[in-house]
Design a protein around this ligand. Sequence first.
Ligand code: NDP
Length: 263
Amino acid sequence: MALGSFTITFDKKTIIVTGGNRGIGYAFSRAVAGAGANVAIIYRSSPNAPEVAEKLAKEFGVQVKAYKCDVSDTVGVQKTIEQIDKEMGQVTGLIANAGVSVVKSAVDLTHEDFNYVYDTNVFGVFNTARAIAKLWIERGHKGSIVITSSMSSQIINVVENADPLTQVFYNSSKAAVSNLCKGLAAEWAKNNIRVNTLSPGYVATDQTQHMDKKIRDFQAKQLLLKRFAEPEEMCGQALLLLSDYASYMTGGEYFVDGGQLVF
Ligand code: NDP
């Protein structure tokens, strides 16, 4: 770690990014590949994920591979992590980023909706974090886990105006995963495994495309920076948390929200 130059490089170490084929996850995959990491992208069903991986590999001259796996499937995740370890070499970081939402009024939400959101946003994060931590603990390796939560772990974000829709399962799942991070950080600190949360504000991805333009404009005006973020604007904090520059950071929640939580 050279403090004078402050350059983050991962030197062909492997970093796993769940949901790394599109949206914020894709920006993370691109940023870590650009910093010299081999990247294992875990995705759920997008047919073009292998192509996305191939393009990134060509662009940065590192290995990038796409692995199809539902993060909530315990056996599937275990097998996928073993396969990544075998095929791509030493894994030093995980960005547990895959997340989903159901936008419906609270009175219409079902138990299936609850399971869908929590299986990915809470259990899926736990499942991938545990699988990689087990491997690191067995081998006595250090590692860094970055969880993508949301500013909605702290506040309720209204996505539709006249009759407010608030994504109650999504918001509460993000509060749960931000707390989960602290528990995992506490358990694994002795093993030299750091766990932190990166909580974005509004980011221009498929997830925010469904928002009515009037609501988007209204929400943007509430932010100090007066606009939604581009996915790439999440990457500086993620790279820092993955790197040894963050060696004294664990159990933290870091907001990259354009100045939303000041209100
Ligand atoms: P997108 O909807 O654009 O992408 C979601 C990604 O997650 C896709 O790659 C998808 O794979 C993957 N995924 C979803 N469910 C699973 C699953 N069960 N197993 C494996 N992969 C899965 O999301 P964003 O980029 O907008 O969001 C990324 C993260 O950031 C999420 O956790 C989200 O909650 C959080 N966030 C987003 C904000 C925003 O404004 N966009 C704000 C705050 C937080 P596939 O392509 O195969 O479906």
